[in-house]
Structures are given as C-alpha cells and as structure tokens.
Design a protein around this ligand. Structure first.
Ligand SMILES: *Cc1c(COP(=O)(O)O)cnc(C)c1O
Length: 337
C-alpha cells in the first residue's frame, strides 16, 4: 500500500472532487470538526472528530449519491435511478433523487424488515419488493436498467460517488490544515478513496488509515490477496461495513492500494467500546460502523503522532441495540438482533 509520498491515483482526478463540492453545495450539510478533550488527553496529540453522522439521512452516503444524481444527463434524469441498498446508501440515494426531482426505485427482498422499507419510502423513493434474496432484487434492478432505461447507482465503485465522498477530505483540510493522520471507516472503499485522494493531492505526507471489523474485512482480505476475491459476510456491530468489494471492481481496489497507508481491524468488543465512548464521553449517538475510528484509538491500534482526525461516518443504529451496547452488554449476545 501507499508509501505516503507517492503520486496520487490517476483513475479519478482531484478536480472531480472540487467539481463535486460545487455541485452538492447547499444540498448536503457541511458537518463540524470538533476537538475531543477526552481522546486528546488519552492520545497525547490533538484528536478531532469529523461529525459526519449528523449529515442529512444520517451518513456521508448522501454526498456521493447527490453528486452522482446531479451528474446524470437530462435523459438519464428523466428515466430515473435504481438501487438495491436498504442501508445508508439506499437512504442517501432516495433523498438525493427526491431532492433533485428524479424518480428513484429501491428494490429489496421480502426478508427486509418493515421499518427499513418504511424508512426508505419516507425519504421519497418507491420500494419494489421482489423475491427472497438480494440476488432476486438485483435481477429486478437489471430488468429496470434494460427495459426502462433507468440508471443503477452503486454504493462505492463509481466515480461520481467517490468524488462526492471526497468532499469530506476538502472540508477536513480546510478545518485542520496541519493534520497528520485521518482514520476512516472502510468497507467497499468509496469513502476512503475519495477522501485520501482529496487530502493527499494537497498534503501527500498525511497518513490515511482504513478501519474495518475483523468479522468480514473484505477490502483488507482483497489487498492481501492482491486482487478482488469473494469474502464471507458475517453479522457484526459495524453492519454498514459488511459485504464484498465486487469481483469486477474498477476503482476502489486500485485506489486503496495506492492511497491508503494501513488497514486496521477491530473485534466486536472494540467496536462496542467506540459506541460507548461516543455516547458517554462525547454525547453522540453513533452506529458501529461510525465508531471504528474511536474504537481503534481506544484499543491502542493506531500510533497517534500528530493532529489526528477520526471520521464518524454514520448514526443509523437500531436504538434498542444502542441501548444494550451503552448499558455495557457484551457483543456476543448481538447475534440475535
Ligand atoms: C457505507 C459506510 C461506510 C463505508 O463506506 P465505503 O465507501 O463502502 O468504504 C462507513 N460507515 C458508514 C456509516 C457507511 O454507511
């Protein structure tokens, strides 16, 4: 992976992130960067939290989705967009499309819980329930693309999505020009690819570290293997980090290889500690995937050398589960939720 000084990826240009910023300005929240006194004390260097869980729809996914929807041509817009995600990408896409006046259909299987269906509908998307698996839902998406000319917008491996997530890097640089290290939750890698490209284009020496869960760290395993490989998905508190990177991966595998300095993984109890710290010490409700940066610091898994930023990426956690975690219950019981 990156030596920290090299050239930045030629796959996507840094200017695309600047353009994304202009395109999505006023449509997404410019979230605050705040110093954490508790983590600063603990680490001995200034630690800041980028509070992106306060983004509209509860995660940064709105940035990439908004940039992707607004980048469509007139005809594509008229025909609408489709997706399969029932999580943060689905929420972001539903909202972004509605805000731009573009039709959006999210396909999902019968097994998706009713509250998730209602959540996506409330954000303005049409929900189409098909079959009993994610694969069945994908078949319907493919049909809508083929027969209705709709555009499928994926959650991470897409240049406008990556550029949109990269706007977070520009904001962090503006608020803390002297930063040394950024900790970024890592799944498919759209977030870390865009962010690292933005930051390293201006400051190549900044360290960008990806944080995943031990249970199903797809990008880490693929980087180790030297190519995209299938990775088994498991239940985890960091549920927004689950899933593979796609065997036909076009951008994020290569960008992570070139731009990311290290990938660290956390146990379920270390993720739970991150959620607890955020609640009791920072007064923030965050989901497991958003808590991994804090969790990595608490677990001593990242060497803090200079001003550090932990990106808090989302807040969409089931509140009954959150209540259990902050009350101190241990993660091995979470399997049943
Ligand atoms: C999607 C997501 C991530 C990971 O983003 P990738 O671009 O897939 O690496 C991290 N945190 C939250 C809350 C997410 O929804």
């Amino acid at each position: 992976m990156a030596e920290g000084t090299g050239k930045v990826s030629g796959l996507i240009a840094a200017e695309e992130i600047e353009q994304a910023r202009e395109r999505i300005a006023g449509r997404v929240v410019r979230t605050p960067l705040v110093r954490s006194p508790a983590l600063t004390d603990m680490c001995g260097v200034p630690v800041h939290l980028k509070l992106e869980h306060r983004q509209t729809t509860g995660s940064f996914k709105l940035r990439g989705a908004t940039n992707a929807v607004l980048s469509l041509g007139e005809q594509e817009r008229a025909r609408g967009v489709v997706g399969v995600s029932t999580g943060n990408h689905g929420r972001g896409l539903a909202y972004a499309a509605k805000a731009a006046g573009v039709r959006c259909i999210i396909c999902m299987s019968e097994l998706v819980p009713g509250n998730k269906v209602a959540g996506i509908e409330a954000l303005g998307a049409e929900v189409r329930i098909v079959g009993r698996s994610q694969d069945d839902a994908q078949v319907e998406v493919d049909r809508l693309v083929r027969e209705a000319g709709m555009t499928m917008l994926p959650p991470f491996d897409h240049r406008a999505v990556i550029a949109g997530q990269g706007t977070l890097g520009l904001e962090i640089l503006e608020d803390l020009p002297a930063l040394d290290t950024v900790l970024v939750p890592l799944s498919g890698g759209g977030l870390i690819s865009g962010l690292a490209l933005a930051v390293k284009s201006a400051r190549p020496e900044v360290r960008v570290i990806g944080i995943s869960m031990e249970r199903g760290a797809a990008m880490r395993d693929c980087q180790k293997a030297g190519k995209p490989i299938p990775v088994e998905e498991m239940t985890t508190l960091a549920d927004s980090l689950g899933g593979g990177i796609g065997l036909e991966n076009r951008y994020t595998f290569a960008m992570v290889r070139e731009l990311v300095d290290d990938i660290v993984t956390l146990s379920e109890s270390e993720i739970a500690e991150g959620i607890r710290h955020a609640y009791w010490r920072e007064q923030e409700v965050i989901e497991g995937s958003g808590a991994v940066g804090i969790g990595a610091l608490l677990a001593g898994k990242v060497q803090a050398e200079g001003p550090l930023v932990a990106l808090v990426s989302g807040r969409n956690i089931d509140m009954a589960l959150h209540h259990k975690v902050i009350s101190g219950e241990e993660p091995d019981i979470y399997g049943e939720t």
